[in-house]
Ligand binder design. Structure first.
Ligand SMILES: Nc1ncnc2c1ncn2[C@@H]1O[C@H](COP(=O)(O)OP(=O)(O)OP(=O)(O)O)[C@@H](O)[C@H]1O
Length: 321
């Protein structure tokens, strides 16, 4: 449904925001696009929507080129932008209904679809409140409602769950899945790795404009070294003692200012727990946890840590991208 090949976008000042991206989203599929700030996610979305012209490469929405046939592609693509929808002087109900009408639904169907979305997202309490008085989360949900009102073939959602409370976040994910079940190809930008791991079919990781990893959550998790992660939290992890020799690490640790995450094989779990317990009893660390490897660990390892240095372990090499 959505096919992207060797997509390059260079902005005027020379930033290569997309640098040879290949990406495919099939009908009925929800694909999560992850990547650091400035990785090029929004640039990608804007090119598919026809708002930014690619420098080179190919985009096809059900066979149509957004550059050659922008009006046609706009009808086929629904976008929820990263910025809040402008809702001054309109209520969520009016905004969603208007979008449904603009995108081709007749009056009766637009009213019905709007009510359906307001109920599904539990927005009834604010459905008739003017936009100026809405919270960030309700604005975000309204933006989703506008994109989902008459969604077309491809739906692109740029950080849809930001500001949304945990209960409505679940409702939102149900509606995202519902769009895929109706046959839409859904491309979803998010920074929430844990949510993505739980809720999308496939994940694509962008780094500096390039795809550095792609696959289902289990496929990406299988790239991790070791089965476990020992997380140590301390005021500063710089002064922590080295991992004792008898606890063989499975790969390089990832460090942020207050957290050290050490990859381990399951065979050393009890020794690692005993060591962490000692560190806590001596108040060298504040707390610790031993957890199965998650997608967030793989992501941080791929991305090179939590914005901080990557600490190379005693054994093992860093994960290759
Ligand atoms: N209109 C523009 N003109 C020049 N440079 C731009 C423009 N829009 C984005 N960029 C640059 O392109 C790069 C990619 O930006 P983009 O917004 O696509 O990243 P992103 O992954 O969506 O980031 P974030 O997660 O912070 O929203 C950044 O270096 C950004 O500064």
């Amino acid at each position: 449904m959505l096919l992207i090949e060797d997509l390059v976008k260079c902005y005027k000042r020379g930033t290569r925001a997309n640098d040879g991206i290949d990406l495919r989203v099939e009908a009925g599929e929800v694909v999560g696009l992850l990547g650091h700030n400035g990785a090029g996610k929004t640039t990608l979305v804007n090119q598919v929507a026809g708002l930014v012209v690619p420098t080179s490469g190919t985009i096809r929405v059900d066979g149509c080129d957004p550059v050659a046939e922008p009006a046609k592609v706009r009808r086929m693509v629904a976008v929820m932008p990263q910025a809040h929808a402008p809702l001054s002087g309109v209520t969520p109900r009016q905004a969603i209904r208007s979008m449904a009408r603009i995108r081709g639904l007749n009056k009766r169907d637009a009213i019905a679809r709007t009510s359906e979305l307001i109920d599904a997202l539990d927005l009834g309490e604010w459905a008739d409140t003017m936009g100026e008085r809405l919270s960030g989360g309700v604005r975000r949900l309204t933006g989703f409602g506008m994109a989902a009102a008459a969604p077309g073939r491809v739906v692109m959602l740029d950080e849809p769950t930001n500001d949304v409370d945990p209960v409505r976040r679940r409702l939102l994910w149900e509606q995202i899945r519902e769009l895929a079940n109706k046959g839409c190809a859904v491309l979803l930008v998010t920074h929430n790795v844990v949510e993505a791991e739980r809720s999308v079919d496939r994940i694509v990781v962008l780094d500096s404009g390039k795809v550095i990893a792609e696959g289902t959550a289990p496929q990406l998790r299988s790239r991790a070294v070791g089965e476990l992660r020992l997380e140590l939290t301390a005021e500063s992890v710089d002064t922590l003692p080295p991992v004792p020799d008898h606890i063989r690490t499975a790969g390089p640790a990832v460090r942020s200012s207050r957290r050290l995450v050490i990859p381990l094989d399951s065979g050393v779990a009890s020794d690692a727990l005993a060591w962490a317990q000692q560190l806590r009893e001596s108040q060298t660390i504040d707390e610790f946890a031993l957890l199965p490897v998650g997608l967030e660990d793989v992501y941080l390892e791929l991305a090179g840590g939590e914005g901080d240095d990557k600490v190379k372990g005693e054994q093992g090499e860093p994960l290759a991208a």
